[in-house]
Design a protein around this ligand. Structure first.
Ligand code: FEO
Ligand code: CA
Ligand code: CA
Ligand code: CA
Length: 630
Protein backbone atom coordinates (compact mmCIF):
# COMPACT_ATOMS: atom_id res chain seq x y z
CA UNK A 1 0.00 0.00 0.00
CA UNK A 2 1.31 3.46 -0.87
CA UNK A 3 1.45 4.66 2.71
CA UNK A 4 4.84 5.87 3.85
CA UNK A 5 6.65 3.44 6.09
CA UNK A 6 6.97 6.25 8.60
CA UNK A 7 3.19 6.28 8.88
CA UNK A 8 2.99 2.67 9.93
CA UNK A 9 2.51 1.69 13.51
CA UNK A 10 5.76 2.16 15.44
CA UNK A 11 5.49 -1.22 17.14
CA UNK A 12 6.32 -2.15 20.70
CA UNK A 13 9.22 -0.49 22.51
CA UNK A 14 12.02 -3.00 23.20
CA UNK A 15 13.00 -3.51 26.82
CA UNK A 16 16.60 -2.96 27.96
CA UNK A 17 16.96 -6.71 28.50
CA UNK A 18 15.84 -7.40 24.94
CA UNK A 19 18.26 -4.83 23.56
CA UNK A 20 21.22 -6.44 25.29
CA UNK A 21 20.15 -9.91 24.19
CA UNK A 22 19.81 -8.73 20.59
CA UNK A 23 23.18 -7.03 20.54
CA UNK A 24 24.82 -10.26 21.66
CA UNK A 25 23.04 -12.34 19.02
CA UNK A 26 23.59 -9.99 16.11
CA UNK A 27 27.22 -10.63 15.40
CA UNK A 28 26.81 -14.38 14.88
CA UNK A 29 23.77 -14.05 12.62
CA UNK A 30 25.36 -11.43 10.37
CA UNK A 31 28.65 -13.28 10.09
CA UNK A 32 26.80 -16.27 8.66
CA UNK A 33 24.90 -14.19 6.15
CA UNK A 34 27.91 -12.22 4.94
CA UNK A 35 29.73 -15.49 4.34
CA UNK A 36 26.90 -16.61 2.09
CA UNK A 37 27.06 -13.41 0.02
CA UNK A 38 30.73 -14.06 -0.71
CA UNK A 39 29.90 -17.62 -1.65
CA UNK A 40 27.29 -16.26 -4.08
CA UNK A 41 29.96 -14.52 -6.15
CA UNK A 42 32.11 -17.64 -6.34
CA UNK A 43 29.01 -19.71 -7.12
CA UNK A 44 27.92 -17.52 -10.03
CA UNK A 45 31.26 -18.13 -11.69
CA UNK A 46 30.92 -21.87 -11.13
CA UNK A 47 27.42 -21.91 -12.61
CA UNK A 48 28.62 -20.40 -15.89
CA UNK A 49 30.55 -23.61 -16.44
CA UNK A 50 28.22 -26.21 -14.99
CA UNK A 51 24.64 -25.01 -15.63
CA UNK A 52 22.01 -24.16 -13.06
CA UNK A 53 21.15 -26.59 -10.27
CA UNK A 54 17.55 -25.25 -10.33
CA UNK A 55 14.71 -27.66 -11.16
CA UNK A 56 13.08 -24.84 -13.16
CA UNK A 57 13.87 -24.72 -16.87
CA UNK A 58 12.22 -21.44 -18.01
CA UNK A 59 14.42 -18.66 -19.30
CA UNK A 60 14.68 -15.97 -16.66
CA UNK A 61 13.06 -12.57 -17.13
CA UNK A 62 15.68 -9.85 -16.74
CA UNK A 63 15.28 -7.12 -14.13
CA UNK A 64 13.31 -4.31 -15.75
CA UNK A 65 11.07 -1.43 -14.69
CA UNK A 66 8.80 -0.31 -17.50
CA UNK A 67 5.12 0.29 -18.31
CA UNK A 68 4.23 -3.29 -19.18
CA UNK A 69 4.58 -6.80 -17.79
CA UNK A 70 7.07 -9.45 -18.88
CA UNK A 71 6.81 -13.21 -18.61
CA UNK A 72 9.34 -15.91 -19.34
CA UNK A 73 9.67 -16.96 -23.00
CA UNK A 74 7.24 -19.69 -24.09
CA UNK A 75 4.54 -18.47 -21.70
CA UNK A 76 1.39 -16.52 -22.48
CA UNK A 77 -0.52 -13.92 -20.47
CA UNK A 78 -4.30 -13.42 -20.68
CA UNK A 79 -6.16 -10.66 -18.85
CA UNK A 80 -9.07 -12.41 -17.09
CA UNK A 81 -10.80 -9.41 -15.51
CA UNK A 82 -9.99 -5.77 -14.78
CA UNK A 83 -11.13 -3.17 -12.29
CA UNK A 84 -14.52 -1.89 -13.48
CA UNK A 85 -15.45 -4.86 -15.69
CA UNK A 86 -19.16 -5.68 -15.29
CA UNK A 87 -19.79 -8.59 -12.91
CA UNK A 88 -23.44 -8.57 -11.86
CA UNK A 89 -26.74 -8.07 -13.71
CA UNK A 90 -27.33 -4.43 -14.61
CA UNK A 91 -23.67 -3.44 -14.29
CA UNK A 92 -22.68 -0.51 -16.50
CA UNK A 93 -19.83 -0.92 -19.00
CA UNK A 94 -16.56 0.51 -17.63
CA UNK A 95 -16.31 4.24 -18.27
CA UNK A 96 -13.66 5.93 -16.15
CA UNK A 97 -15.34 9.29 -16.70
CA UNK A 98 -18.71 8.09 -15.39
CA UNK A 99 -17.88 6.12 -12.26
CA UNK A 100 -20.58 5.79 -9.62
CA UNK A 101 -20.85 3.85 -6.37
CA UNK A 102 -23.99 2.13 -7.66
CA UNK A 103 -22.16 0.96 -10.80
CA UNK A 104 -19.03 -0.03 -8.89
CA UNK A 105 -21.05 -2.32 -6.61
CA UNK A 106 -21.88 -4.37 -9.73
CA UNK A 107 -18.38 -4.19 -11.24
CA UNK A 108 -15.05 -5.80 -10.36
CA UNK A 109 -13.39 -3.84 -7.52
CA UNK A 110 -10.05 -2.05 -7.28
CA UNK A 111 -6.60 -3.35 -6.30
CA UNK A 112 -7.04 -7.09 -6.50
CA UNK A 113 -4.80 -8.86 -3.99
CA UNK A 114 -5.51 -12.39 -2.66
CA UNK A 115 -6.82 -14.99 -5.12
CA UNK A 116 -8.40 -18.26 -4.01
CA UNK A 117 -9.78 -21.15 -6.08
CA UNK A 118 -12.78 -23.17 -4.92
CA UNK A 119 -13.67 -26.09 -7.23
CA UNK A 120 -17.04 -26.50 -8.92
CA UNK A 121 -18.91 -28.60 -8.16
CA UNK A 122 -17.92 -28.18 -4.50
CA UNK A 123 -15.50 -30.87 -3.39
CA UNK A 124 -14.75 -32.02 -6.95
CA UNK A 125 -11.29 -32.47 -8.45
CA UNK A 126 -12.21 -31.66 -12.08
CA UNK A 127 -9.88 -28.65 -12.27
CA UNK A 128 -11.68 -26.92 -15.13
CA UNK A 129 -14.29 -24.88 -13.23
CA UNK A 130 -13.79 -22.84 -10.10
CA UNK A 131 -15.10 -20.05 -7.99
CA UNK A 132 -12.32 -17.48 -8.00
CA UNK A 133 -12.39 -15.33 -4.85
CA UNK A 134 -10.57 -12.01 -4.94
CA UNK A 135 -9.71 -9.39 -2.31
CA UNK A 136 -10.01 -5.72 -3.27
CA UNK A 137 -7.55 -4.21 -0.82
CA UNK A 138 -7.63 -0.44 -1.31
CA UNK A 139 -8.02 2.35 -3.85
CA UNK A 140 -5.55 4.65 -5.57
CA UNK A 141 -7.86 7.63 -5.80
CA UNK A 142 -5.28 9.63 -7.79
CA UNK A 143 -5.51 6.99 -10.55
CA UNK A 144 -9.25 6.24 -10.27
CA UNK A 145 -10.70 9.72 -10.19
CA UNK A 146 -10.39 12.26 -13.00
CA UNK A 147 -9.24 15.68 -11.85
CA UNK A 148 -8.40 14.73 -8.24
CA UNK A 149 -4.67 15.38 -8.65
CA UNK A 150 -1.64 13.48 -7.55
CA UNK A 151 -0.38 11.78 -4.45
CA UNK A 152 -1.82 9.67 -1.71
CA UNK A 153 -3.48 12.80 -0.31
CA UNK A 154 -5.88 12.60 -3.25
CA UNK A 155 -8.05 10.37 -1.08
CA UNK A 156 -8.43 13.13 1.48
CA UNK A 157 -9.73 15.40 -1.29
CA UNK A 158 -12.48 12.97 -2.32
CA UNK A 159 -16.02 14.36 -2.04
CA UNK A 160 -18.88 12.25 -0.70
CA UNK A 161 -19.89 10.55 -3.98
CA UNK A 162 -16.21 9.79 -4.66
CA UNK A 163 -15.84 8.42 -1.13
CA UNK A 164 -18.88 6.19 -1.66
CA UNK A 165 -17.29 5.00 -4.90
CA UNK A 166 -14.08 4.14 -3.02
CA UNK A 167 -16.09 2.21 -0.43
CA UNK A 168 -17.79 0.24 -3.20
CA UNK A 169 -14.41 -0.52 -4.85
CA UNK A 170 -13.05 -2.09 -1.62
CA UNK A 171 -13.88 -5.55 -0.27
CA UNK A 172 -13.96 -8.65 -2.40
CA UNK A 173 -15.46 -10.54 -5.32
CA UNK A 174 -16.60 -14.07 -6.12
CA UNK A 175 -16.47 -15.04 -9.82
CA UNK A 176 -17.26 -18.29 -11.58
CA UNK A 177 -14.54 -19.17 -14.08
CA UNK A 178 -14.13 -22.00 -16.59
CA UNK A 179 -11.23 -23.34 -18.67
CA UNK A 180 -11.62 -23.60 -22.43
CA UNK A 181 -8.46 -25.04 -23.95
CA UNK A 182 -5.68 -22.96 -22.41
CA UNK A 183 -7.90 -19.93 -21.90
CA UNK A 184 -10.16 -19.13 -19.00
CA UNK A 185 -13.32 -17.05 -19.01
CA UNK A 186 -15.56 -15.50 -16.40
CA UNK A 187 -19.08 -16.98 -16.61
CA UNK A 188 -21.59 -14.19 -17.25
CA UNK A 189 -24.71 -14.38 -15.14
CA UNK A 190 -23.29 -16.99 -12.75
CA UNK A 191 -25.53 -17.54 -9.75
CA UNK A 192 -22.42 -17.43 -7.54
CA UNK A 193 -21.20 -14.00 -8.66
CA UNK A 194 -20.96 -11.61 -5.74
CA UNK A 195 -19.41 -8.30 -4.70
CA UNK A 196 -18.66 -7.56 -1.08
CA UNK A 197 -17.71 -4.02 -0.06
CA UNK A 198 -17.10 -1.66 2.84
CA UNK A 199 -20.83 -1.58 3.63
CA UNK A 200 -21.82 -5.28 3.33
CA UNK A 201 -23.53 -6.48 6.55
CA UNK A 202 -21.38 -8.95 8.49
CA UNK A 203 -21.73 -10.92 11.71
CA UNK A 204 -19.22 -10.72 14.55
CA UNK A 205 -18.48 -14.11 16.15
CA UNK A 206 -16.06 -15.51 18.73
CA UNK A 207 -14.84 -14.09 22.04
CA UNK A 208 -15.18 -10.38 21.10
CA UNK A 209 -18.81 -10.67 19.90
CA UNK A 210 -21.06 -8.65 22.17
CA UNK A 211 -18.16 -7.23 24.20
CA UNK A 212 -18.56 -3.65 25.45
CA UNK A 213 -15.63 -2.55 23.22
CA UNK A 214 -17.51 -3.78 20.13
CA UNK A 215 -20.74 -1.83 20.72
CA UNK A 216 -21.60 1.26 18.69
CA UNK A 217 -24.65 3.49 18.36
CA UNK A 218 -25.63 1.61 15.18
CA UNK A 219 -25.00 -1.78 16.81
CA UNK A 220 -25.75 -1.66 20.55
CA UNK A 221 -25.28 -5.46 20.75
CA UNK A 222 -21.75 -5.46 19.33
CA UNK A 223 -22.54 -8.38 17.02
CA UNK A 224 -23.03 -6.86 13.57
CA UNK A 225 -20.83 -4.64 11.47
CA UNK A 226 -20.93 -3.07 8.06
CA UNK A 227 -18.21 -4.11 5.68
CA UNK A 228 -14.59 -5.07 5.43
CA UNK A 229 -11.74 -3.08 3.92
CA UNK A 230 -8.01 -3.19 3.26
CA UNK A 231 -8.32 -6.96 2.80
CA UNK A 232 -4.84 -7.98 1.77
CA UNK A 233 -4.08 -11.69 1.48
CA UNK A 234 -6.15 -14.60 2.72
CA UNK A 235 -6.62 -18.33 2.64
CA UNK A 236 -9.21 -21.03 2.51
CA UNK A 237 -10.54 -23.64 4.91
CA UNK A 238 -10.68 -27.37 4.14
CA UNK A 239 -14.49 -27.07 4.17
CA UNK A 240 -14.36 -24.64 1.24
CA UNK A 241 -14.80 -21.21 2.78
CA UNK A 242 -12.73 -18.13 2.01
CA UNK A 243 -10.69 -16.43 4.72
CA UNK A 244 -10.08 -12.77 3.89
CA UNK A 245 -7.86 -10.63 6.06
CA UNK A 246 -8.34 -7.01 7.11
CA UNK A 247 -4.92 -5.36 7.10
CA UNK A 248 -4.29 -1.60 7.49
CA UNK A 249 -7.74 -0.76 8.86
CA UNK A 250 -6.45 2.16 10.96
CA UNK A 251 -5.84 4.36 7.90
CA UNK A 252 -9.61 4.73 7.44
CA UNK A 253 -10.48 6.35 10.79
CA UNK A 254 -10.45 10.08 11.48
CA UNK A 255 -9.88 11.77 14.82
CA UNK A 256 -7.39 12.90 17.42
CA UNK A 257 -5.69 9.89 18.97
CA UNK A 258 -5.38 11.73 22.30
CA UNK A 259 -9.17 11.85 22.50
CA UNK A 260 -9.72 8.12 22.12
CA UNK A 261 -11.12 6.72 25.40
CA UNK A 262 -9.03 3.52 25.08
CA UNK A 263 -5.59 5.12 24.94
CA UNK A 264 -3.54 1.93 25.26
CA UNK A 265 -5.38 0.32 22.36
CA UNK A 266 -5.48 3.46 20.21
CA UNK A 267 -1.72 3.97 20.55
CA UNK A 268 -0.75 0.36 20.05
CA UNK A 269 -2.89 0.10 16.91
CA UNK A 270 -1.97 3.51 15.48
CA UNK A 271 -5.59 4.76 15.50
CA UNK A 272 -5.50 8.38 14.31
CA UNK A 273 -1.75 8.23 13.63
CA UNK A 274 -2.20 8.28 9.86
CA UNK A 275 -5.50 9.29 8.31
CA UNK A 276 -5.41 8.22 4.68
CA UNK A 277 -9.07 8.49 3.65
CA UNK A 278 -11.83 11.09 3.99
CA UNK A 279 -14.42 8.52 5.04
CA UNK A 280 -14.71 10.04 8.53
CA UNK A 281 -15.63 13.39 6.98
CA UNK A 282 -18.87 11.99 5.56
CA UNK A 283 -19.69 9.01 7.78
CA UNK A 284 -19.67 9.30 11.56
CA UNK A 285 -18.70 5.68 12.10
CA UNK A 286 -15.29 6.46 10.61
CA UNK A 287 -14.80 9.35 13.04
CA UNK A 288 -13.59 7.73 16.26
CA UNK A 289 -14.21 10.87 18.28
CA UNK A 290 -17.89 10.12 17.59
CA UNK A 291 -17.75 6.32 17.45
CA UNK A 292 -14.69 5.25 19.45
CA UNK A 293 -15.46 1.53 19.20
CA UNK A 294 -15.83 1.32 15.43
CA UNK A 295 -12.06 0.74 14.88
CA UNK A 296 -12.28 -2.31 17.20
CA UNK A 297 -14.62 -3.91 14.70
CA UNK A 298 -11.93 -4.06 11.98
CA UNK A 299 -8.60 -5.87 11.76
CA UNK A 300 -10.13 -9.35 11.80
CA UNK A 301 -10.18 -12.52 9.71
CA UNK A 302 -13.46 -12.69 7.80
CA UNK A 303 -14.89 -16.08 6.77
CA UNK A 304 -17.11 -16.11 3.66
CA UNK A 305 -18.89 -19.04 2.02
CA UNK A 306 -18.37 -18.49 -1.72
CA UNK A 307 -20.80 -21.28 -2.58
CA UNK A 308 -23.71 -19.38 -1.01
CA UNK A 309 -24.02 -15.84 -2.39
CA UNK A 310 -26.70 -15.06 0.21
CA UNK A 311 -24.48 -16.02 3.16
CA UNK A 312 -23.48 -13.41 5.73
CA UNK A 313 -19.71 -12.95 6.06
CA UNK A 314 -18.48 -13.61 9.61
CA UNK A 315 -15.64 -11.86 11.46
CA UNK A 316 -13.89 -14.62 13.43
CA UNK A 317 -12.54 -12.73 16.43
CA UNK A 318 -10.92 -15.76 18.08
CA UNK A 319 -8.08 -15.35 15.53
CA UNK A 320 -7.09 -11.96 16.97
CA UNK A 321 -7.11 -8.37 15.79
CA UNK A 322 -4.12 -6.88 14.02
CA UNK A 323 -2.98 -5.82 10.53
CA UNK A 324 -3.75 -9.24 9.10
CA UNK A 325 -1.85 -10.17 5.97
CA UNK A 326 -2.99 -13.73 5.22
CA UNK A 327 -4.41 -16.88 6.77
CA UNK A 328 -3.23 -20.19 5.36
CA UNK A 329 -3.91 -23.41 7.24
CA UNK A 330 -2.44 -26.81 7.94
CA UNK A 331 -4.16 -29.82 9.49
CA UNK A 332 -2.67 -31.00 12.80
CA UNK A 333 -2.09 -34.71 13.38
CA UNK A 334 -5.35 -34.96 15.33
CA UNK A 335 -7.38 -33.16 12.64
CA UNK A 336 -7.52 -29.75 14.29
CA UNK A 337 -7.03 -26.79 11.96
CA UNK A 338 -4.01 -24.56 12.40
CA UNK A 339 -4.17 -21.09 10.80
CA UNK A 340 -0.90 -19.18 10.32
CA UNK A 341 -1.10 -15.38 10.32
CA UNK A 342 1.24 -12.39 10.08
CA UNK A 343 0.73 -8.87 11.45
CA UNK A 344 2.16 -6.75 8.66
CA UNK A 345 3.65 -3.78 10.42
CA UNK A 346 7.20 -3.12 11.47
CA UNK A 347 8.23 -4.99 14.63
CA UNK A 348 4.98 -6.94 14.74
CA UNK A 349 4.44 -10.61 15.35
CA UNK A 350 3.75 -13.98 13.78
CA UNK A 351 0.64 -15.77 15.11
CA UNK A 352 -1.18 -19.06 14.75
CA UNK A 353 -4.63 -20.22 15.81
CA UNK A 354 -5.37 -23.84 16.65
CA UNK A 355 -9.03 -24.87 16.69
CA UNK A 356 -10.35 -26.59 19.82
CA UNK A 357 -11.90 -29.41 17.79
CA UNK A 358 -10.88 -31.38 14.69
CA UNK A 359 -12.62 -30.54 11.46
CA UNK A 360 -15.22 -32.89 10.07
CA UNK A 361 -14.51 -33.88 6.44
CA UNK A 362 -17.88 -35.66 6.14
CA UNK A 363 -20.20 -32.90 7.31
CA UNK A 364 -19.55 -29.41 5.99
CA UNK A 365 -22.14 -27.81 8.28
CA UNK A 366 -20.38 -29.22 11.35
CA UNK A 367 -17.40 -26.93 10.63
CA UNK A 368 -19.51 -23.81 10.36
CA UNK A 369 -18.33 -22.26 13.63
CA UNK A 370 -15.12 -24.24 14.12
CA UNK A 371 -13.01 -21.04 14.02
CA UNK A 372 -14.81 -19.56 17.04
CA UNK A 373 -13.13 -21.83 19.59
CA UNK A 374 -9.46 -22.54 20.00
CA UNK A 375 -6.13 -21.11 21.09
CA UNK A 376 -4.35 -18.10 19.62
CA UNK A 377 -0.54 -18.23 19.88
CA UNK A 378 2.23 -15.75 19.16
CA UNK A 379 5.72 -16.79 18.05
CA UNK A 380 9.07 -16.36 19.76
CA UNK A 381 12.10 -17.20 17.60
CA UNK A 382 15.15 -17.97 19.71
CA UNK A 383 18.84 -17.98 19.11
CA UNK A 384 20.11 -21.34 17.90
CA UNK A 385 17.11 -22.00 15.68
CA UNK A 386 14.51 -23.01 18.28
CA UNK A 387 11.07 -21.47 18.46
CA UNK A 388 8.16 -21.45 20.89
CA UNK A 389 4.48 -20.68 20.41
CA UNK A 390 3.16 -18.68 23.39
CA UNK A 391 -0.58 -19.02 24.14
CA UNK A 392 -2.62 -15.80 24.28
CA UNK A 393 -5.17 -17.02 26.80
CA UNK A 394 -6.91 -14.77 29.29
CA UNK A 395 -5.85 -15.53 32.86
CA UNK A 396 -2.63 -17.28 31.84
CA UNK A 397 0.74 -15.64 32.53
CA UNK A 398 0.54 -11.85 32.39
CA UNK A 399 -2.82 -11.73 30.56
CA UNK A 400 -4.78 -10.74 33.66
CA UNK A 401 -6.97 -7.86 34.82
CA UNK A 402 -3.90 -6.33 36.48
CA UNK A 403 -2.48 -5.74 32.99
CA UNK A 404 -5.79 -4.64 31.47
CA UNK A 405 -7.05 -8.01 30.25
CA UNK A 406 -10.39 -8.78 31.92
CA UNK A 407 -11.57 -11.37 29.40
CA UNK A 408 -10.57 -13.24 26.23
CA UNK A 409 -12.35 -10.42 24.37
CA UNK A 410 -9.71 -8.03 25.70
CA UNK A 411 -6.97 -10.44 24.61
CA UNK A 412 -8.17 -10.78 21.02
CA UNK A 413 -9.10 -7.08 20.58
CA UNK A 414 -5.68 -6.11 21.96
CA UNK A 415 -3.70 -9.08 20.60
CA UNK A 416 -0.66 -6.89 19.93
CA UNK A 417 -0.52 -5.80 23.57
CA UNK A 418 -0.89 -9.40 24.69
CA UNK A 419 2.01 -10.35 22.40
CA UNK A 420 4.14 -7.57 23.92
CA UNK A 421 3.58 -8.92 27.44
CA UNK A 422 4.54 -12.45 26.35
CA UNK A 423 7.76 -11.13 24.76
CA UNK A 424 7.01 -12.37 21.27
CA UNK A 425 9.70 -11.71 18.64
CA UNK A 426 9.27 -8.37 16.80
CA UNK A 427 9.59 -9.16 13.10
CA UNK A 428 10.39 -7.30 9.87
CA UNK A 429 6.75 -6.96 8.67
CA UNK A 430 5.34 -10.49 8.50
CA UNK A 431 3.40 -10.83 5.25
CA UNK A 432 2.20 -14.15 3.82
CA UNK A 433 2.83 -17.29 5.90
CA UNK A 434 2.10 -20.55 4.16
CA UNK A 435 2.64 -24.21 4.99
CA UNK A 436 4.23 -26.36 2.28
CA UNK A 437 2.12 -29.52 1.97
CA UNK A 438 5.03 -31.49 0.48
CA UNK A 439 7.73 -30.95 3.11
CA UNK A 440 5.52 -29.96 6.08
CA UNK A 441 7.51 -26.77 6.69
CA UNK A 442 6.09 -23.27 6.88
CA UNK A 443 7.42 -20.23 5.00
CA UNK A 444 7.19 -16.69 6.34
CA UNK A 445 7.69 -13.72 4.00
CA UNK A 446 9.16 -10.80 5.95
CA UNK A 447 8.82 -7.81 3.67
CA UNK A 448 11.26 -5.22 5.01
CA UNK A 449 11.88 -2.97 7.99
CA UNK A 450 13.94 0.12 7.28
CA UNK A 451 13.35 1.30 10.84
CA UNK A 452 15.17 -1.51 12.62
CA UNK A 453 18.19 -0.07 14.40
CA UNK A 454 21.39 -2.04 15.02
CA UNK A 455 20.46 -2.44 18.69
CA UNK A 456 17.06 -3.87 17.70
CA UNK A 457 18.18 -6.87 15.68
CA UNK A 458 17.27 -10.37 16.90
CA UNK A 459 18.21 -13.84 15.63
CA UNK A 460 15.24 -14.11 13.26
CA UNK A 461 15.60 -10.50 12.03
CA UNK A 462 19.37 -10.09 11.92
CA UNK A 463 19.70 -7.07 9.66
CA UNK A 464 19.42 -3.47 10.81
CA UNK A 465 17.71 -1.20 8.27
CA UNK A 466 16.36 -4.26 6.49
CA UNK A 467 15.20 -2.68 3.22
CA UNK A 468 14.92 -5.96 1.32
CA UNK A 469 13.29 -8.45 3.65
CA UNK A 470 13.86 -12.17 4.05
CA UNK A 471 12.14 -15.53 4.05
CA UNK A 472 12.14 -17.63 7.17
CA UNK A 473 11.33 -21.35 7.14
CA UNK A 474 10.20 -23.25 10.19
CA UNK A 475 9.50 -26.88 10.93
CA UNK A 476 6.89 -27.66 13.60
CA UNK A 477 8.13 -30.04 16.28
CA UNK A 478 7.48 -33.69 15.35
CA UNK A 479 5.90 -32.48 12.12
CA UNK A 480 2.75 -31.53 14.04
CA UNK A 481 1.38 -28.05 13.34
CA UNK A 482 -0.42 -28.05 16.71
CA UNK A 483 2.91 -28.39 18.54
CA UNK A 484 4.16 -25.41 20.54
CA UNK A 485 7.79 -26.01 19.51
CA UNK A 486 9.81 -26.08 16.34
CA UNK A 487 13.00 -25.08 14.58
CA UNK A 488 13.62 -22.27 12.11
CA UNK A 489 16.17 -20.86 9.71
CA UNK A 490 16.44 -17.99 7.25
CA UNK A 491 16.35 -19.40 3.69
CA UNK A 492 16.65 -16.20 1.68
CA UNK A 493 17.73 -12.69 2.65
CA UNK A 494 16.74 -10.22 -0.09
CA UNK A 495 18.64 -7.51 -1.92
CA UNK A 496 21.16 -7.41 -4.74
CA UNK A 497 24.10 -9.56 -3.61
CA UNK A 498 26.43 -7.35 -5.65
CA UNK A 499 25.43 -4.30 -3.58
CA UNK A 500 23.73 -5.20 -0.35
CA UNK A 501 25.14 -6.59 2.84
CA UNK A 502 23.87 -9.73 4.41
CA UNK A 503 22.01 -11.15 1.43
CA UNK A 504 21.48 -14.89 1.37
CA UNK A 505 20.74 -16.95 -1.75
CA UNK A 506 21.84 -20.14 -3.37
CA UNK A 507 25.29 -19.29 -4.77
CA UNK A 508 24.05 -20.06 -8.31
CA UNK A 509 21.41 -17.29 -8.24
CA UNK A 510 21.82 -15.08 -11.32
CA UNK A 511 22.01 -11.29 -11.60
CA UNK A 512 18.32 -11.40 -12.66
CA UNK A 513 17.23 -13.73 -9.90
CA UNK A 514 17.72 -11.66 -6.75
CA UNK A 515 14.61 -10.16 -5.20
CA UNK A 516 13.54 -7.52 -2.73
CA UNK A 517 10.51 -7.19 -0.40
CA UNK A 518 8.88 -10.65 -0.49
CA UNK A 519 5.13 -10.48 0.13
CA UNK A 520 2.91 -13.30 -1.17
CA UNK A 521 4.15 -16.87 -1.34
CA UNK A 522 2.60 -19.91 -3.01
CA UNK A 523 3.54 -23.50 -3.78
CA UNK A 524 3.04 -25.55 -6.91
CA UNK A 525 1.96 -29.16 -6.49
CA UNK A 526 5.60 -30.27 -6.26
CA UNK A 527 6.00 -28.02 -3.21
CA UNK A 528 8.29 -25.57 -5.02
CA UNK A 529 8.13 -22.03 -3.66
CA UNK A 530 6.89 -19.06 -5.68
CA UNK A 531 7.52 -15.60 -4.23
CA UNK A 532 5.74 -12.39 -5.24
CA UNK A 533 7.24 -9.05 -4.29
CA UNK A 534 5.95 -5.61 -3.26
CA UNK A 535 8.11 -2.47 -3.44
CA UNK A 536 10.83 -3.53 -5.85
CA UNK A 537 10.98 -0.01 -7.23
CA UNK A 538 12.73 1.13 -4.07
CA UNK A 539 15.61 -1.03 -5.34
CA UNK A 540 15.18 0.18 -8.93
CA UNK A 541 13.49 -2.97 -10.28
CA UNK A 542 9.92 -3.91 -11.10
CA UNK A 543 8.11 -6.18 -8.69
CA UNK A 544 8.03 -9.74 -9.85
CA UNK A 545 7.25 -13.38 -9.31
CA UNK A 546 10.19 -15.63 -8.54
CA UNK A 547 10.40 -19.43 -8.58
CA UNK A 548 12.56 -21.22 -6.06
CA UNK A 549 13.32 -24.80 -5.06
CA UNK A 550 13.20 -25.53 -1.35
CA UNK A 551 15.03 -28.87 -1.56
CA UNK A 552 18.00 -30.28 -3.46
CA UNK A 553 20.89 -28.39 -5.06
CA UNK A 554 18.55 -25.59 -6.24
CA UNK A 555 17.38 -24.71 -2.71
CA UNK A 556 17.13 -20.92 -2.27
CA UNK A 557 17.94 -20.34 -5.93
CA UNK A 558 15.41 -17.67 -6.92
CA UNK A 559 14.65 -17.16 -10.62
CA UNK A 560 12.51 -14.35 -12.01
CA UNK A 561 9.50 -15.69 -13.93
CA UNK A 562 7.36 -12.56 -14.28
CA UNK A 563 7.94 -8.82 -13.94
CA UNK A 564 5.08 -6.41 -13.19
CA UNK A 565 4.22 -3.18 -14.99
CA UNK A 566 5.51 0.04 -13.49
CA UNK A 567 4.16 0.88 -10.04
CA UNK A 568 2.45 -2.50 -9.54
CA UNK A 569 3.03 -5.24 -7.02
CA UNK A 570 2.38 -8.89 -7.76
CA UNK A 571 -0.26 -10.58 -5.60
CA UNK A 572 -2.32 -13.71 -5.23
CA UNK A 573 -0.20 -16.29 -7.03
CA UNK A 574 -2.19 -19.52 -7.21
CA UNK A 575 -1.93 -22.62 -9.41
CA UNK A 576 -4.64 -24.93 -10.67
CA UNK A 577 -4.12 -28.41 -9.18
CA UNK A 578 -2.52 -29.58 -12.47
CA UNK A 579 0.03 -26.71 -12.35
CA UNK A 580 -0.91 -25.77 -15.94
CA UNK A 581 -2.49 -22.41 -15.11
CA UNK A 582 -1.12 -19.76 -12.82
CA UNK A 583 -3.36 -16.86 -11.74
CA UNK A 584 -1.77 -13.57 -10.68
CA UNK A 585 -3.35 -10.38 -9.31
CA UNK A 586 -1.57 -7.25 -10.51
CA UNK A 587 -2.23 -4.56 -7.96
CA UNK A 588 -1.85 -0.76 -8.18
CA UNK A 589 -0.27 -0.47 -11.67
CA UNK A 590 0.95 3.10 -12.13
CA UNK A 591 1.24 3.83 -8.42
CA UNK A 592 3.96 6.31 -7.57
CA UNK A 593 4.92 9.90 -7.27
CA UNK A 594 3.45 12.25 -9.87
CA UNK A 595 1.20 9.60 -11.41
CA UNK A 596 -2.39 10.75 -11.98
CA UNK A 597 -5.56 9.75 -13.81
CA UNK A 598 -4.62 12.15 -16.61
CA UNK A 599 -0.89 11.36 -16.78
CA UNK A 600 -0.42 7.91 -15.26
CA UNK A 601 2.95 6.18 -15.13
CA UNK A 602 1.35 3.44 -17.23
CA UNK A 603 -2.01 2.74 -18.87
CA UNK A 604 -1.62 -1.02 -18.37
CA UNK A 605 -3.13 -3.42 -19.33
CA UNK A 606 -4.98 -1.99 -22.37
CA UNK A 607 -2.93 1.15 -23.03
CA UNK A 608 -6.05 3.00 -24.23
CA UNK A 609 -5.58 6.74 -24.68
CA UNK A 610 -7.32 8.67 -21.91
CA UNK A 611 -7.86 5.62 -19.69
CA UNK A 612 -6.09 5.12 -16.37
CA UNK A 613 -4.31 1.85 -15.52
CA UNK A 614 -6.54 -0.95 -14.24
CA UNK A 615 -5.61 -3.50 -11.59
CA UNK A 616 -6.30 -6.89 -13.22
CA UNK A 617 -6.21 -10.64 -12.72
CA UNK A 618 -3.96 -12.49 -15.17
CA UNK A 619 -3.97 -16.06 -16.41
CA UNK A 620 -0.54 -17.46 -17.29
CA UNK A 621 -0.12 -20.66 -19.27
CA UNK A 622 2.72 -22.35 -21.09
CA UNK A 623 2.29 -22.09 -24.86
CA UNK A 624 2.65 -25.85 -25.23
CA UNK A 625 0.08 -26.41 -22.46
CA UNK A 626 2.71 -27.81 -20.11
CA UNK A 627 3.42 -27.43 -16.42
CA UNK A 628 4.27 -23.89 -15.31
CA UNK A 629 7.97 -23.48 -14.57
CA UNK A 630 8.58 -27.09 -15.77
FE1 FEO B 1 -1.19 -5.47 1.92
FE2 FEO B 1 0.97 -6.63 3.77
O1 FEO B 1 0.54 -6.21 2.09
CA1 CA C 1 0.51 -8.28 0.88
CA1 CA D 1 -0.11 -17.39 -0.27
CA1 CA E 1 2.77 -5.64 1.00
Amino acid sequence: MDISEDDRDPGPEPTIGQLIERRLSRRGALAGLAGTALAAIAGAAARAQSGSPSSFTFKEVPHVNDPTHHVADDYEVQVLIRWGDPMLPGAPAFDPHKLTAEGQKLQFGYNNDFLGLHPLPAGSTSGDRFLLVVNHEYTNSNLMLAGIGEGRDARLRADQPQTELEMAAHGGAVLEIAREGRRWRVIDGSRYARRIDANTPMRIAGPAAGDAKMKTSADPDGKQVLGMFNNCAGGETPWGTWLTCEENFYFYFTGDQAKHPEQALAKRYGIGRTIAYAWGKYFDRFNFEKEPNEPHRFGWIVEIDPYDPQSTPVKRTALGRFAHEGCHHAVAKDGRIVCYMGDDSRFEYVYKFVTAKPWNPNDRAANRDLLDEGTLYVARFDEGGAMTWLPLVHGQGPLTAENGFTSQADVVIGARRAGDLLKATPMDRPEDIEPNRINGRVYVALSNNGARKPEQVNPANPRAKNDHGHILEFAPKDGDHASTGGTWEIVIAGGDPAKDEGTKYNPATSADGWLTCPDNVAFDSKGRLWIATDSGETAGIADGLYACDVAGPGRALTRQFFAAPKGAEVCGPIFTPDDRTLFLAIQHPGEGKGSTFETPATRWPDFKAGEPPRPSVLVITKKDGGVIGS
